[in-house]
Design a protein around this ligand. Sequence first.
Ligand SMILES: [Zn+2]
Length: 118
Amino acid sequence: MGFLDELTEGIANTTRDIGKMAQNAGDLTKLQYDKKVKEQELQKLYENLGKKFYNSHKDEDDDEIKEITACILRIKEYTNDIMELKGGKACTRCGALVKAGDKYCSACGEKIDDIFEE
Ligand SMILES: [Zn+2]
């Protein structure tokens, strides 16, 4: 085989190898992306199942149930503090900011004229 033939074959092999490497890199990226999407989907399914489980067991004497209840209450307190700093309160239905004097929530339409009476 002549020098030019060997060179041509060498270039062809290198081109094939680079093509294969690029394809592998593409496959790897796609697989990693698909895996991430599936992991996020699983996380969401666990979350939904956890919420359902919590809602049907929230009165039970269980440490994790109590922790979730404590988190929910703390988040409500933070929300109220934030709304107070913004000069109002959270709508009891949707959580949007409502201000004294409002008769209805501008976000969801909930009648809110009594949440400022304390
Ligand atoms: Zn609302």
